[in-house]
Design a protein around this ligand. Structure first.
Ligand code: SF4
Length: 249
């Protein structure tokens, strides 16, 4: 988490109320427009904000997360703290055990380091397939991506159609900045993943995430051994800038 002085926090908050209101408007409109809306929480900083807005103001939206089996313990702890604070249960989805067992037998426990195809097939089993189960029966799914997070996310729209999965995709905090997110977390004293204080702006699975230097692209700590244009897990394929011939997400 970036430390801000009181003055910096106040400056960061300028315009934040309007963004909160716009986000709430979109959340409320989404439950009017779509019969079932689900939010895919990554348990990162953006998810903390959206979880607070949803569970406090628009609880009809179902929140789920995916326990890939390789998460940091800090990530699981923040989930527990959220559930205690709101007295709500976040639905968890897990990889198919048979598919996972077969993948590990073929590739090795850390086989995702061996190439893009192995990394993507691991992400498919641990994230994409559970995600597809989680959104089955929903009319819209919601994500916490922001425009400034990476080049691959800069083209995202607040309401879009996810052609891969055949339902609407809503991104209610696209315009929020990094400082907006942290100003909101601090204002509301929300629990968050302590790894953010140790240089992790974006947190995924433990073996595929590392801390970044101040000023580096927030996604550069994810799959750091790959090119920037391949750095998505398969849940946001449409907004890639460069299509990968080898991608099978
Ligand atoms: S982030 Fe790494 S460990 Fe997690 S699903 Fe993808 S390749 Fe596998």
């Amino acid at each position: 988490m970036q430390r801000m002085t009181g003055t910096e926090l106040a400056a960061a908050s300028d315009g934040l109320d309007a963004k909160v209101q716009a986000t709430l408007e979109l959340l409320r409109q989404s439950v009017k427009d779509y019969r079932k809306v689900v939010y895919a929480s990554s348990l990162g900083a953006e998810s903390i904000v959206l979880t607070d807005l949803i569970w406090t103001h628009v609880p009809q939206i179902e929140i789920f997360s995916i326990d890939t089996g390789r998460l940091h313990e800090e990530t699981r702890s923040v989930l527990e703290r959220l559930e205690r604070r709101y007295q709500r249960r976040m639905k968890l989805y897990y990889p198919d055990p048979a598919k996972l067992e077969s993948w590990v037998a073929d590739n090795g426990i850390n086989g995702f380091y061996n190439g893009l195809a192995q990394r993507q097939s691991c992400c498919h089993i641990r994230k994409v397939e559970p995600f597809q189960r989680a959104i089955a029966g929903a009319d819209a799914w919601m994500t916490g991506v922001r425009h400034e997070q990476s080049a691959t996310r800069a083209l995202a729209k607040s309401v879009d159609f996810d052609a891969t999965n055949g339902l609407a995709k809503i991104s209610p905090i696209l315009e929020w900045t990094h400082d907006d997110i942290w100003a909101y977390i601090r204002q509301h004293k929300l629990p968050y993943n302590p790894l953010h204080d140790r240089g992790y702006p974006s947190i995924g699975c433990a073996p595929c995430t590392r801390a970044v230097e101040p000023g580096q692209d927030g996604r550069s700590g994810r799959w750091w051994w790959e090119n920037a244009d391949s750095k998505e897990c398969g849940l946001h394929p449409k907004i890639r800038i460069v299509a990968l011939n080898t991608a099978k997400l």
